[in-house]
Design a protein around this ligand. Structure first.
Ligand code: ATP
Ligand code: MG
Length: 409
């Protein structure tokens, strides 16, 4: 019969890869807890409208990449990202009543119908943080610090932080007008996506990955507009304070005026962290401030800032981690006693296995040396004396001890 294969753009995460995933997950809990963040888990599917309103209906994510289906006349969507879901949960559970800041972190699978390639899947995983309730740039600095320190805890170096300010809706409007004016004459030469972005969301023009468009945006008269300081005084003060906090913290960053991020909801601070060791999909982290999202989704007027990281991209940078071996393997031809001793060891807190097929003694020992750190030998003599021979399979040292006194390190 024909075998059924894993779907395009999705992957099994096999036991041999699990140590890296556990490492990323444990470090997330460890690092984010230090900043007072608590984990939240929201459903994998939500009302389609949440993403249309929360991510923005001019984005690629909403227009092209969502897995949407209908059940009982409801339109549902597999989450393409988790910010909208976390904001929905924040509002629905009245978390604005908690004392600010409310710091939440999450991890889990996301779904986007994209063209699969290295570092880009249709089901992938993100780990992320959202901080609610603080409008001051100290929160921006803390969120960037959380991202940087998490990456450090994973042992990742050679990363660069890129920073930009998109200003507020007011100062951005001004910028959009200038940008549209200077790009207008090239409109026919732009890709179809950019032609529609031009009307719907001109800022996103700068995010285009098409070479011909990039070449146009590199023209001096367009660059002059892009590089100009368009943000208002309040936004500039916010940005300057953030930069000065980052300087104090010793976090290196570069200003990238082309950084607009893919989602519609950002204002003021946006940032990305890129690896110099990945191919073209080199962004490991994207984030920014989204002061109007809670309100737009029907909540109070609560500012927020957060980031998300792609865990597959992190995993490929971390490389392999050794699988953890079983602590002990009981070697004995007395099945009942082997079963009992194995369970005794598990009750003591050790991982322990024995040969379920009762093979010859030598075969059992061979198996033990493959999978375990210690062989616990239970022969006739040991059984009579109530003892066990503990053999360290790395060093071949062995000693016989009382069964109750087994201690393994
Ligand atoms: P990109 O420019 O790489 O498409 P994005 O702007 O769509 O990224 P975000 O939505 O901000 O990315 O997601 C944050 C992070 O999640 C990215 O920096 C990346 O590491 C990861 N990511 C996004 N889409 C995918 C995907 N399809 N497969 C694997 N990782 C992804
Ligand atoms: Mg994308």
């Amino acid at each position: 019969m024909a075998i059924i294969k894993v779907q395009k753009g999705t992957k099994d995460i096999l036991p041999s890869e699990m140590p890296v995933w556990h490492f990323m997950e444990e470090k997330a809990n460890e690092v984010f807890s230090k900043y007072g963040a608590k984990e939240i888990r929201t459903p994998i599917f939500e009302a389609t409208e949440l993403f249309a309103r929360g991510v923005g209906d001019t984005t690629d994510i909403v227009n092209k990449e969502m897995y949407t289906f209908e059940k009982s006349e409801r339109s549902l969507t597999l989450r393409p990202e988790n910010t909208a879901g976390v904001v929905r949960a924040f509002i629905e559970n009245g978390m604005h009543r908690l004392s600010a800041p409310v710091k939440l972190w999450y991890k889990g699978p996301m779904f986007r119908y994209e063209r699969p390639q290295a570092g880009r899947q249709r089901q992938f995983h993100q780990v992320g943080v959202e901080v609610f309730g603080i409008k001051q740039p100290s929160a921006d600095a803390e969120v960037i610090l959380m991202a940087v320190n998490y990456l450090k805890a994973l042992g990742l170096n050679d990363l660069s932080v890129e920073l930009n300010s998109l200003g507020c809706p007011e100062c951005r409007e001004n910028f959009k007008t200038k940008l549209k004016a200077v790009i207008k004459q090239y409109l026919n030469e732009l890709c179809p996506d950019c032609q529609s972005r031009y009307e719907k969301n001109p800022l996103r023009l700068l995010d285009c990955k098409v070479e011909e468009c990039k070449a146009i945006y590199a023209k001096p008269e367009i660059q002059e507009v892009i590089q100009s300081d368009f943000i208002c005084e309040d936004c500039a003060n916010h940005f300057n304070e953030l930069k000065s906090y980052l300087n104090t913290l010793g976090i290196k960053y570069e200003i990238n005026k082309l950084l607009v991020r893919g989602l519609d909801y950002y204002n003021r601070t946006v940032f990305e962290i890129k690896s110099n060791n990945l191919g073209s999909q080199n962004a490991v982290c994207g984030g920014g401030r989204y002061d109007s999202l809670v309100k737009n989704l029907g909540g109070e007027d609560i500012p927020a800032i957060g980031f998300a990281m792609g865990m597959e991209r992190l995993a490929s940078l971390i490389g392999n981690k050794e699988e953890i071996k079983t602590k002990a393997f009981v070697v004995s031809n007395n099945m009942e006693e082997a079963l009992k001793l194995t369970e005794e060891l598990r009750q003591k807190g050790y991982s322990c296995e024995f040969d379920l097929t009762n093979k010859k003694f030598v075969k059992q020992l061979e198996k033990a040396s493959k999978v375990a750190k210690y062989a616990l030998i239970l022969g006739e003599d040991e059984l009579k004396a109530g003892e066990v021979t503990v053999k360290n399979l790395d060093t071949s040292e062995q000693k016989t001890v009382k069964r109750e006194e087994i201690e393994l390190i």
